[in-house]
Design a protein around this ligand. Structure first.
Ligand code: F6R
Ligand code: MG
Ligand code: MG
Length: 371
């Protein structure tokens, strides 16, 4: 059998109430469309999930990344869910579908996309991460920890298969260019870039030459769509998703999850305009309530079996992450007390993509020159 592809494609096609959660009827609509796609052989297997107000399609197939058929199927699922969202008058119905007609690929049309094509190993554990109320750069810190930080990933120190390190493909999402950096040799250069998480984002991670997985086969991928750049105006946050392969020469599943035990600060909370901690939660707790948040991450664990997605296991549904959640809530409370002040509110450059400039426009003519 050829290489398998896992495609995680997501969109916010309507929330309820407000931007809190996805209505189950939207999920059943998406399931109906993807079942048809499975029957007609477009995909092998799928799961429809949700994180906050984002509808998440996890699909497996043998058509490679950027497959027109698979993207068309996902688009149809989002359209069907949008139609139901409109009937139910859900909030922001169809908001992430920025075009009326599908044109071959959902990238650049609003949905977020993370796809990995690879030779399925003897046993293939995979984690699908989904975040709500934040942006793609929110994955920079955990991806760095998983694949480059020996204090997170013991295997980098004690397993010869990981000891050589990994390569990171980093995108400059403002200038639409990319660079590949190797760790541990170029770790400081990598950090110099990805610390600026609103601009430089980790797109993919690759093994190095000599690893038992081919060096051109990505082992992790993050969605890097930027909705405000696509739409030209603020239409909601580009809540990101990611796929990470694990075990047997890659970080262990527990090393992958360990990177989320620290609730780091990310941007995207309330009106896409505030910094707050990202809290790992179970699917049932992925409802953004307080101040439309705080930002959340959920994790679905799978084993692949000849293309079948065996799972999911709700990985953060575990008291092992209670301490992280408590810490996240303390940090959320601390940040909230700043109200409209930075650094809770985003810095001015980032606010330029929001509704703030419209407020300031009215003051423009009242400004006087100061000598
Ligand atoms: C949506 C989000 C929310 C909204 C907020 C205001 O992703 O982050 O915080 O930005 O609820 O929404 P509107 O302007 O639609 O009332
Ligand atoms: Mg929404
Ligand atoms: Mg969302």
């Amino acid at each position: 059998m050829g290489k398998v592809t896992v495609s995680l494609i997501k969109a916010d096609v309507g929330g309820y109430p407000g931007h809190v959660a996805v209505h189950r009827e939207l999920k059943s609509e998406a399931e109906r469309v993807l079942s048809e796609g499975k029957e007609t052989g477009v995909i092998v297997d799928f799961h429809v999930l949700s994180a906050g107000d984002d509808l998440e399609l996890v699909m497996s197939h043998y058509r490679g990344v950027d497959s027109e058929e698979v993207h068309r199927l996902a688009w149809s699922a989002f359209e069907a869910a949008t139609a139901r969202a409109k009937e139910l008058k859900l909030y922001g119905a169809g908001q992430d579908l920025l075009s009326d007609a599908f044109s071959g690929n959902v990238r650049g049309m609003g949905p977020g996309v993370a796809e990995l094509e690879f030779k399925e190993r003897k046993s293939e554990p995979l984690v699908a991460f989904m975040m709500d109320k934040t942006e793609p750069g929110a994955f920079n810190l955990p991806m760095f920890k998983i694949f480059a930080d020996p204090f997170n990933t013991a295997g980098l120190v004690i397993d010869p298969a990981l000891h050589g390190g990994f390569r990171f493909e980093v995108w400059d999402i403002m200038e639409h260019r990319r660079v590949i950096l190797s760790t541990p040799e170029e770790m400081y250069d990598l950090l110099a870039l990805i610390g600026a998480k609103s601009r430089y984002v980790i797109k993919r991670v690759y093994p190095k030459e000599g690893h038992k997985i081919d060096s051109d086969e990505a082992v992790a991928v993050v969605s890097t769509e930027k909705l405000y750049q696509i739409a030209g105006e603020y239409v909601g946050k580009d809540d990101p998703v990611a796929l990470v392969r694990s075990q047997s020469g890659l970080p262990a599943l527990g090393e992958v999850l360990e990177a989320f035990a620290f609730p780091h600060l990310v941007s995207g909370w309330m009106r896409g305009s505030h910094n707050g901690p990202v809290m790992p939660v179970s699917f049932k707790d992925a409802r953004c309530t307080r101040f439309d948040g705080p930002p959340r991450v959920v994790a679905a664990g799978f084993q692949l079996s000849n293309g079948r997605l065996v799972g999911p296991v709700d990985l953060f549904d575990d008291p092992g992450f209670d301490y992280t959640r408590r810490k996240a809530l303390e940090v959320a409370e601390y940040m909230r007390r700043h109200g409209p002040f930075e650094p809770h509110r985003l810095p001015l450059e980032d606010m330029e993509y929001t509704t703030l400039p419209n407020v300031l426009k009215r003051l423009e003519e009242r400004f006087e020159r100061v000598e």
